[in-house]
Design a protein around this ligand. Structure first.
Ligand code: ZN
Length: 226
């Protein structure tokens, strides 16, 4: 009789264990499915040319082609963003603020040169090779991972005569979204973007998208993961 009782208890315990482990398996599966769904949303948004994510983890697609248009100072941008960029600059000037595009589209070779120059600058100041590279990466994107290579990002500064840098940066901070541009590397998103605050670096994402990001304080990475 005693033996049968023990057997019964063991069987019940075994059943409980089976149900319990199965429960966790199901939970894990739901978690996995959710992740897959998030990635799907990510991909469909990210496929739009204006939302293409390029950062240190997402390099430029292979053989990425840009149809550029040349600005009056020789800098180039993706031709698709030109009308809105022109309108933004016209409106800034009519507000008495005079911006200049100091860097637009860059080829892979240009980005490599900028990176090497930055590393050498630190080395000249006495930093080791490793430290110089590390510090340069905080300011310059690794060639192949710079938005400038997309033609959708530009550095906007003051003309050095009529406007100060803060005039230009403040105006852009409050108005650029109306033209489809976002401040790409804000101070409060350094943990996500991996790039220090750059008040001059603006990225075209489209008017509706920029408005949503501006109003909800989202950087591009956050917007694409939403
Ligand atoms: Zn830039």
């Amino acid at each position: 009789m005693k033996k049968r009782k023990i057997m019964k208890i063991l069987i019940i315990l075994f059943i409980i264990l089976c149900v319990y482990s199965n429960f966790f398996e199901v939970k894990e599966q739901i978690k996995k499915d959710n992740n897959i769904n998030t990635n799907k949303i990510n991909d469909s948004k990210n496929k739009k040319w204006n939302l293409l994510l390029v950062n240190n983890e997402n390099p430029l697609p292979e053989n990425y082609k840009v149809n550029t248009i040349e600005l009056s100072n020789g800098e180039k941008v993706d031709a698709r963003i030109y009308p809105e960029l022109q309108k933004m600059f016209d409106d800034m000037r009519s507000n008495g603020i005079y911006p200049v595009v100091t860097s637009g589209y860059r080829t892979h070779q240009m980005q490599t040169k900028i990176m090497n120059d930055k590393i050498n600058e630190y080395k000249r100041n006495g930093y080791s090779d490793v430290a110089s590279k590390e510090m340069a990466l905080k300011w310059v994107a690794l060639p192949g991972t710079s938005e400038h290579e997309l033609g959708l990002a530009l550095d906007i500064n003051n003309d050095g005569i009529s406007s100060s840098a803060s005039d230009v940066y403040n105006w852009l901070l409050n108005n650029s979204y109306k033209y489809g541009f976002i401040k790409r590397y804000p101070d409060d998103k350094v943990d996500i973007t991996g790039i220090n605050n750059e008040p001059w670096h603006y990225r075209y994402v489209g008017i509706n998208e920029a408005k949503e990001m501006y109003e909800n304080n989202l950087c591009l990475e956050e917007y694409l993961n939403k």
